[in-house]
Design a protein around this ligand. Structure first.
Ligand code: FAD
Ligand code: DHB
Length: 389
């Protein structure tokens, strides 16, 4: 078979790219290794920054987000047993939307179906070839195990950090940083214990209170790198969260049945450039940020917005300037997010073996951030998302 753009991966990057291309009359095929049920159930990101929210509305896939998502106008930094609010909207004029990544994925899959552009789920053995030639190809097995080949004008590698696309592009320079801790994430059927997100600095480690709906709370705990989920029975999770989230005025955490729990390693990673021949990488396939600050999914959205425009120019008008500048354009935003995520992570986590010097610096940075309007505004404008280029 033939298509103009072969897209590997049906995460936010692949689905949104396909949607944007189809809207411009460009033909694209999305190949996804997992089942539809799996990708629709995978619990991950929850914060959409302002430019992401605007884009989803503009292109006509924001209706359920606006009906069910939770607009937030601030969040708290909690340390020394007290909250300090970062008033996002007062400081920047913008807000964020708490709306699960898998809800965006569901909305985009539904939009594909409605327009008659189904996504191919449960494909296997995906292999890219001739990515530096004129006619790159994707070989794979379809859901029934039949060998298939897709001839493309370009391939978009949107298959996440562990996908096959990045390894198919020789010579990219990886730049990375590992952190000596991970996040244990839990989803619980219980109303949020506070109206807003709470990012907590505590000597026992970082904790984050977030939410998905008025009935469902999302919580994260810093845990050691390579921590086994078996080390964390539900009772231990609740008592550790209560210890870290405690305030001097008696904050009480609402407990409830835990619906999902998982451990996520933390790393910073960028592959440069984000292109090799006719293969373009987007989203987690090209870069990873530690989750503190909620930039990962939003970066994936920003990448494919740039990529869709570049591919429309290339494939419809045979103009390659935007394709040539794709990587540089994206990397400017990527490195801003890399810095922001690294600095939020560094300010809020307790490194194993950290000494008083490090702790005093973190506390000083936290106090400065919440007492200086300039510092709070800088954090807020990064958090709500800088305007697209
Ligand atoms: P993915 O969502 O990883 O999608 C890649 C897809 O490709 C997957 O569906 C995968 O199954 C498929 N695939 C992989 N290999 C193959 C193959 N060989 N063939 C075919 N298909 C393949 N980001 C935020 O912006 N805000 C947050 O609040 C936030 N919180 C997070 C919390 C946690 C616990 C985690 C884990 C991540 C969080 N992130 C957050 C990051 C965010 O989830 C990712 O950055 C985002 O999923 C990237 O989207 P993507 O489409 O690039 O990749
Ligand atoms: C969530 C995840 C994050 O990484 C973050 O910084 C804020 C919220 C969440 O899943 O709700």
């Amino acid at each position: 078979a033939r298509t103009q753009v072969g897209i590997i991966g049906a995460g936010p990057a692949g689905l949104l790219l396909s949607y944007l291309l189809h809207a411009e009359g460009i033909d694209a095929v999305v190949l996804e290794a997992r089942s539809r049920e799996y990708v629709e159930r995978r619990v991950r990101a929850g914060v959409c920054e302002h430019p992401t929210v605007e884009l989803l509305r503009e292109i006509g896939v924001g209706a359920r987000m606006d009906a069910e998502g939770l607009p937030h106008h601030g969040f708290s930094l909690r340390f020394d047993g007290a909250d300090h609010r970062i008033a996002l909207t007062e400081l920047t004029g913008k807000s964020i939307m708490v709306y699960g990544q898998q809800e965006i994925v569901k909305d985009l899959i539904a939009a594909h179906e409605a327009k008659g552009h189904p996504v191919e789920f449960e494909v296997a053995d995906v292999e890219l070839s001739d990515v530096d030639g004129e006619r790159p190809r994707v070989r794979y097995r379809d859901v029934d195990g039949k060998p298939r080949e897709l001839q493309c004008a370009v391939i978009a590698g949107c298959d996440g950090f562990h996908g096959v696309s990045r390894p198919s592009a020789p010579g990219l320079k990886p730049i990375d940083r590992e952190y000596p801790f991970a996040w244990l994430g839990v989803l619980a059927r219980t109303p949020p214990s506070h109206e807003e997100l709470i990012y907590t600095y505590h000597e026992r480690g970082f904790a984050l209170h977030s939410m998905r709906s008025p009935e469902v709370t999302r919580l994260y705990l810093q845990v050691p790198q390579d921590e086994k989920i078996e080390e964390w029975p539900d009772d231990r999770i609740w008592s550790e969260l209560s210890a870290r989230l405690a305030t001097s005025d008696g904050f009480s955490l609402h407990e409830g049945p835990i619906l999902d729990k998982s451990v996520t390693p933390m790393r910073s990673f960028v592959a440069e450039p984000m292109r090799y021949g006719r293969l373009f990488l987007a989203g987690d396939a090209a870069h990873i940020v530690p989750p503190t600050g909620a930039k990962g999914m939003n970066l994936a959205v920003a990448d494919v917005r740039v990529l869709s425009r570049a591919l429309v120019e290339l494939l419809r008008h045979n103009r390659s300037e935007l394709a040539e500048s794709y990587s540089d354009t994206c990397l400017a935003r990527v490195w801003r997010a890399e810095h922001f995520s690294w600095s939020m992570t560094s300010m809020l986590h307790t490194a194993p073996g950290a000494d008083d010097f490090q702790r005093r610096l973190q506390l000083s940075q936290l106090r400065y951030t919440v007492s200086s309007t300039a510092a709070a505004t800088s954090l807020a404008e990064n958090y709500v998302g800088l305007p697209f280029e």
